[in-house]
Design a binder for this molecule. Structure first.
Ligand code: KIV
Length: 265
């Protein structure tokens, strides 16, 4: 039996260097994550989107650390080839001490390799990294801030907004983050950031020029409801199985067929 060799952050950086796109999906359970791993998905995220697609809430705000740990365990219980990261949910990283304590639980109990947090929190990111905890940043639309922002509309359309997201991305890299996710920003801004940063930049609704792409699993399987956002493609359309749909997504990302301009802002 061949031994599974898990991808590391070095492999993701190498993919950025060679220009091979990084295929990513959200993952919440053992069965779907096993299919994703077979297909060759490079990165899985136990996202707090589970609050909406698994638990039925209207936002990600009610998701708890225990929810993320539980679903991370479901995904990581069997060894995976994919690199695996998990979200620090709402209000679990408001101080350095709290962030380290919670991130430690995600890594030790959840079995993930990296934690993700939303927005610009330089001192928290620096502190987590100093404690040996790898971090993924997240800019653009920040679903955990929905009650502050009031909408999920595309960020960075105005030049001033775009420049702020660009400098925030640089600050997140300088703070020691190893990966950055850009959600719903104009393709031209995502391209500028991806070129400027040494760390891999993964897009969702951020155009084709990011180093990789991520979608919420349920959205790419057409389960996201009638009004899917522009950046989503239903890979079940024209596919005869879930495995083939996930495989088609993987190939579409690798071959830069997804996302197209129609999926971009
Ligand atoms: O929670 C999530 O699924 C995410 C992705 C949309 C990037 O943060």
């Amino acid at each position: 039996m061949s031994k599974i060799k898990p991808l590391t952050i070095l492999d993701l950086i190498q993919l950025k260097k060679t220009g091979e796109k990084i295929s990513c999906l959200t993952a919440y359970d053992a069965s779907f994550s096993a299919v994703m791993d077979k297909v060759g998905i490079d990165l899985m995220l136990i996202g707090d989107s589970l609050g909406m697609v698994i638990k039925g809430h209207s936002t990600t705000i009610p998701v708890t650390l225990s929810d993320i740990i539980y679903h991370s365990q479901c995904v990581t219980r069997t060894p995976k080839h994919a690199f695996i990261m998990a979200d620090l949910p709402f209000a679990t990283y408001h101080s350095k001490t709290v962030a380290v304590e919670n991130a430690k639980q995600l890594i030790q109990q959840g079995g993930v390799q990296m934690v993700k947090l939303e927005g610009l929190h330089m001192d928290i990111i620096t502190h987590l990294v100093q404690q040996g905890i790898p971090v993924c940043g997240h800019l653009g639309v920040l679903p955990q801030s929905i009650h502050k922002t009031g909408s999920y509309k595309t960020q960075g359309k105005l030049q001033q907004e775009a420049d702020k997201i660009f400098t925030d991305a640089q600050k997140i890299e300088q703070s020691g983050a190893s990966v950055l996710i850009l959600e719903c920003v104009p393709a031209v801004l995502a391209k500028r950031i991806t070129r400027a940063l040494r760390i891999p930049v993964i897009g969702i609704g951020a155009g084709v020029d990011c180093d990789g792409q991520i979608l919420v699993l349920h959205d790419m399987l057409g389960l996201g409801g009638d009004k899917a956002p522009r950046f989503v493609h239903d890979f079940m359309k024209g596919s005869d199985s879930i495995k083939n749909a996930i495989q088609d997504y993987h190939y579409a990302v690798k071959s830069t067929q997804f996302p197209s301009e129609d999926h971009s802002y």
